[in-house]
Design a protein around this ligand. Structure first.
Ligand SMILES: Cc1ncc(COP(=O)(O)O)c(C=O)c1O
Ligand SMILES: N[C@@H](CCOP(=O)(O)O)C(=O)O
Length: 471
């Protein structure tokens, strides 16, 4: 499968090159040249299959011939052997035709593990085949960084630099990143918010001499492979609820629009998805944009769901590309307007298509707390604030025929303060993380300044000192 840039000015790449490139050279995001199609019979054949079987079936056409079937299957099996639930992403019923998809049974207790455990193996595989090294940068509001540190720790082919906004991630999330002892991982507390960290990452990709010198690669959901791995659980959950014979709707706690774009991709690949509902916290650029048609940045507000404290929703560009008829020129215009005036109006044809397929809502911090309390009262389940954002919004969506699945994106123990004050329960970390808060932290603090971050990376990345090839 070939991948094309949403901005149309970068060469099309095969899967392995798109995986290592992360962001396209023109600043755009890679998407498949065409969406593989799964027929009714193909989807029916997924019934009764394991998560790993479905993962292979869904991802194989997207990976194409770049990686052999045997290697892809082996990496899928290894990645999901790290999960602590046999179903990998189990469904739990919370009401009549209402379900939670638990995505937090991986090693760092958030949905990011689903993709990151696989990506680390895919990247290692490609780098070993090419006898190369790469420098990975990532921006995180807490969960991506933790999952990436866990997945890439000790991998010889990659040096990793994770940028997190100082004081704006939960203490558990911070320690999941900063207590690693792996020599190839460094965590950087950046003076700024998540959007500042994400801007720095994109600016490093735009700096061609730097990018080439360190052989830059990315693990944020601007990297297509992140989206690809997340498409799988839309298929697995829908099939277990009766697809393709009945359609399913999903409510997705949303920040960077990666997870919900994976749901859109599943739909484009043939899965009967009735509605995809965006659920945001007070950082509600997407909910406002879908309602008003104007995508307009405001300042980031710190909330009890810190991983969604995001205003620049990177993957929205992928949806724009699709709904603007894959016209890269129109995407470039919208992105130029966003850069210039921090806002743009979504063109009428795209907006109509978006409104036809998507719903959107927001939850305030009080509403999130109330949702945690009421889910606990009615089901005995303790949910995290991101999942609660989804539950609040899903409760207000009227579902006609389709069952509604809300994505439970993190384990409550990652956000103990918000959970305890909402329902009185102090959610415990699982046994394998029980000493996390006592482990020694190791991180450096840097200003939100491109040259300072690049200088730090140049001083510490093995690929920067001429050792791009493995020694
Ligand atoms: C727990 C949690 N929920 C939801 C989200 C939002 O996902 P996305 O950025 O893919 O929209 C994130 C971070 O991205 C997260 O960490
Ligand atoms: N919520 C994320 C922010 C980064 O999003 P990503 O989709 O680009 O990985 C986090 O927790 O780090």
């Amino acid at each position: 499968m070939d991948y094309v840039s949403t901005r149309g000015n970068a060469p099309a790449l095969g899967f392995s090159d798109a995986l290592l490139a992360g962001l396209a050279g023109d600043g755009g995001l890679y998407v498949p040249r065409e969406w593989p199609q799964f027929s009714v019979a193909d989807i029916k054949a997924m019934r009764g299959k394991t998560y790993q079987d479905i993962a292979f079936t869904v991802m194989h056409p997207l990976v194409g011939n770049d990686i052999s079937s045997e290697d892809l299957r082996r990496m899928i099996d290894e990645a999901y052997a790290t999960f602590r639930h046999e179903a990998i992403v189990p469904l739990v019923q919370t009401g009549a035709d209402r379900f939670l998809m638990e995505l937090f049974h991986g090693p760092t207790l958030a949905f990011k593990d689903v993709a990151m455990q696989l990506i680390a193996r895919l990247m290692d595989h490609v780098l070993i085949e090419r006898d190369q090294r790469a420098t990975i940068v990532g921006a995180t509001s807490g969960d991506t960084g933790a999952a990436a540190v866990e997945a890439f720790a000790g991998r010889d082919r990659t040096d990793m630099f994770i940028l997190f906004p100082m004081g704006r991630v939960s203490p558990v999330q911070q320690r999941q990143m900063t207590t690693t002892t792996a020599a190839n991982v460094r965590t950087l507390a950046i003076e700024g918010n998540f959007d500042d960290c994400q801007d720095l990452v994109k600016a490093m990709f735009a700096d061609a001499p730097f990018r080439d010198r360190v052989r830059l690669s990315g693990i944020n959901s601007i990297n297509w492979a992140r989206i690809m791995a997340q498409i799988v659980y839309y298929f697995s959950s829908a099939v277990s609820l009766g697809a393709p014979d009945r359609a399913v709707s999903f409510t997705v706690p949303t920040g960077n629009f990666g997870d919900i774009f994976a749901g859109y991709a599943a739909k484009r690949m043939g899965l009967p998805v009735e509605r995809l509902v965006v659920a945001t916290n007070e950082n509600d650029i997407l909910a406002r944009a879908f309602q008003t048609g104007r995508y307009e940045m405001q300042s980031v507000v710190a909330t009890t769901s810190p991983s969604m404290d995001i205003q620049i929703s990177s993957n929205f560009e992928r949806l724009l590309f699709e709904t603007l008829g894959r016209d890269a020129e129109r995407v470039r215009q919208a992105m130029a307007r966003l850069k210039q005036s921090r806002a743009f109006d979504i063109e009428a044809d795209a907006l109509a298509e978006i409104r036809a397929g998507f719903g959107a809502g927001r939850a305030s911090m009080d509403e999130v707390a109330a949702a945690i309390g009421s889910v606990f009262k009615t089901t005995g389940m303790v949910i995290d604030p991101h999942t609660a954002t989804g539950m609040h919004v899903a409760a207000r969506e009227s579902v006609a025929q389709a069952p509604m699945v809300t994505l439970a994106t993190a384990h409550p123990a990652k956000f103990p303060d918000a959970v305890k004050s909402a329902c009185g329960i102090d959610p415990a970390l699982p046994a394998w993380l029980s000493d996390l808060m006592d482990r020694e932290e190791r991180f450096d603090t840097l200003p939100g300044d491109l040259s300072a971050v690049e200088a730090y990376i140049l001083a510490n990345a093995r690929a920067a000192d001429g050792r791009a090839q493995k020694d």
